[in-house]
Design a protein around this ligand. Structure first.
Ligand SMILES: Cc1cc2nc3c(=O)[nH]c(=O)nc-3n(C[C@H](O)[C@H](O)[C@H](O)COP(=O)(O)O)c2cc1C
Length: 165
């Protein structure tokens, strides 16, 4: 049987963004280093993918400095931000040139920067890069992870929020 699809108008990206903004997420900064130069960007496109093996994904926009650096280094870390780290998050967005200046940075054993005060650190090996429209779907294999106590920074409807007490 032949199924003919009626031509559908493309979804307006602004509407899609607004709709997806109602899916509340945490906030993380993805970091890496290439030849001693550090890179990092804020993301909320973080998801757990698999438990055996432990895999996660993040989706940097195509051409993003940090996404390209991850593809070159083959390693990255996810720094899950706590509720008091909104200002830190905004260092890792836009034209901020000095993203890592004056931070009391730690490093994992591959030299990837770890942000101080984060709720969790997850060190990953690059597993795969899949196409995702104007973004890349970067899959990481978890090689190390640690957790602190505290409340997460939350992003909802374009705003940072805190969990109700
Ligand atoms: C809360 C929040 C979440 C974000 N999530 C993403 C994301 O998942 N993917 C993305 O490409 N950009 C995301 N951005 C925007 C990037 O952080 C921003 O474009 C950044 O400047 C990219 O860094 P780069 O130039 O080093 O790649 C987010 C911004 C904020 C404030």
């Amino acid at each position: 049987m032949l199924h003919e699809k009626a031509a559908q108008a493309p979804i307006d990206p602004v509407t899609f963004r607004k709709v997806m903004g109602n899916f509340a997420t945490g906030v993380a900064v993805v970091t890496t280093a290439v030849d001693g130069t550090r890179f990092g960007m804020a993301v909320n496109s973080l998801a757990s993918v698999s438990l055996d093996p432990c895999l996660l994904l993040v989706c940097p926009k195509k051409g993003s400095a940090t996404g390209d650096a991850i593809k070159r280094s083959g390693v990255f870390a996810v720094n899950v931000l706590g509720e008091s780290q909104q200002d830190l998050c905004m260092r890792f967005v836009g034209e901020e040139a000095s993203r890592f200046d004056e931070l009391d940075l730690d490093e994992d054993n591959r030299g990837v920067p770890l942000l101080p005060g984060s709720l969790a650190h997850i060190s990953c090996q690059l597993e795969a890069v899949h196409p995702g429209g104007d973004h890349d779907i970067i899959v990481g294999r978890v090689v190390d992870c640690s957790l602190e106590t505290g409340n997460p920074l939350i992003f909802h409807d374009g705003q940072f929020c805190r969990r109700a007490a």
